[in-house]
Design a protein around this ligand. Structure first.
Ligand SMILES: O=c1[nH]cnc2c1ncn2[C@@H]1O[C@H](CO)[C@@H](O)[C@H]1O
Ligand SMILES: [Zn+2]
Length: 388
């Protein structure tokens, strides 16, 4: 375990802090033991390892490839074990449980229904199996003393041609657990405008969508996602940094697109560990999230694929605390950003911010008062003093 710098949140505080997750792939977050169990039960013999620890390590290493295309190859194994109703329900329930145990209070978890039809399920049966799992996981989390709410995002694969169908599916289930739509997969060569029909349809239905853009490809992809497709949020969006210049004097200039993204408060779903693995950033300290946070873009922190990156929301925050000296106030800022950008109704987002997130951080920020042996002055935050 890392040694926290004085005044910075400890690992325990990071776990306890309420967190909001907008970008997490269901087929990228399985427990390694579950992959092994289901493979045995269903006769899938393609796994590179059958010991759960070794398999977990294999995923992390294979995904650490420096390219998005090679990173995505690892999903063949997780999708292979997510082809039955039971498997989908189990994976979704464990996902909700694991996120809740990590202090996530609200999550939007995505998956591509079209990738789960090999066992004969229909698209509708896939969605219902996953929804059942999320509800089961929410119950189990509550029984364990954690509270979480999980919504599903339905993803269409950008190299395929089923986006209209998946958009309609997302719309059909919008009152039953599905909160929006997404496109994912290799970005280079598959611009978001290939799926304009699906996006136009969702806009006409007043529905919500995010688009993976600005990860494996740069500004043109972000521009299309926003100005042609009308995305509500950007999955990653990290390459918006290409439209920002920093002069030798530290002067920062935003191009037209970067200005638009900031002015319009376009939410950026940033996934630092995933970006390190696909070669988008060289280290946590050099990840654009540091600059984008300073410039007050609407940045959020996310896991992307917990299995492939061996990560969690707490681990992502711990990396950022180490790299940028983020405090609980910074964590709260990222978390409120995420909750504001969620696809559930405004009144529910507001209640989550005011009744769950802010009180949770307030409690953590007051901990120094009760430290054994007296208060620790270095933990007193500026906001306490400013309150007069
Ligand atoms: O970071 C990413 N960028 C683009 N596509 C991704 C990423 N992570 C996962 N997927 C793709 O999304 C599918 C549905 O969940 C996964 O099967 C994977 O192919
Ligand atoms: Zn993703």
């Amino acid at each position: 375990m890392r040694t926290p710098k004085p005044g910075l949140p400890t690992r325990e505080q990071i776990v306890h802090a309420p967190k909001v997750l907008l970008h997490d792939h269901l087929d990228g977050g399985l427990r390694p033991g579950t992959v092994v169990d289901i493979a045995l039960a269903t006769g899938y013999d393609g796994l590179p390892e059958t010991d759960p620890d070794k398999l977990g390590a294999w995923f992390r290493e294979a995904a650490d490839s420096g390219s998005l295309e090679r990173y995505l190859e690892t999903f063949a194994h997780t999708c292979a074990v997510m082809q039955t109703r039971e498997a989908l329900t189990r994976v979704a329930a464990e996902c909700a449980e694991d996120l809740a145990a990590d202090g996530v209070v609200y999550a939007e978890v995505r998956y591509a229904p079209e990738q789960h039809l090999e066992g004969g399920l229909t698209l509708q049966e896939v969605v219902e199996a996953v929804n059942d799992g999320f509800r089961e996981g929410e119950h189990r989390a509550r029984a364990a003393g954690n509270r979480i709410r999980v919504g599903a995002l339905l993803t269409a694969m950008r190299h395929a041609a089923r986006s209209q169908e998946i958009a309609e599916l997302a719309n059909d289930y919008r009152d039953s657990g599905v909160v929006g739509f997404d496109i994912a997969g290799a970005e280079a060569g598959y611009p978001p405008t290939r799926h304009l029909d699906a996006f136009d349809y969702l806009k006409r239905e007043n529905n919500h969508f995010t688009i993976h853009a600005g990860e494996g490809f740069g500004l043109p992809s972000i521009w299309q996602a926003l100005q042609w497709c009308g995305a509500d949020r950007l999955g990653h969006g990290v390459r918006i940094i290409d439209d920002i210049t920093q002069g030798p004097d530290g002067q920062v200039t935003l191009g037209r697109l970067a200005s638009y993204v900031r002015d319009k408060r376009v939410p950026l779903e940033m996934c630092p560990s995933s970006n390190l693995q696909t070669g988008v950033a060289a280290s946590y300290a050099e990840h654009p999230i540091g600059l984008l946070r300073r410039l007050h873009f609407r940045v959020t922190v996310n896991t992307d694929n917990r299995l492939m990156s061996g990560t969690s929301m707490s681990a992502e925050f711990a990396h950022l605390v180490d790299a940028f000296d983020y405090t609980l106030d910074d964590m709260q800022w990222f978390t409120v950003n995420a909750m504001k950008s969620a696809f559930i109704p405004f009144d529910e987002r507001l209640a989550m911010i005011n009744e769950v997130i802010k009180p949770g951080y307030a409690e953590l920020k007051a901990e120094w008062l009760f430290a054994p042996g007296g208060a620790l002055p270095h933990l007193a935050s500026g906001s306490v003093l400013e309150a007069g």
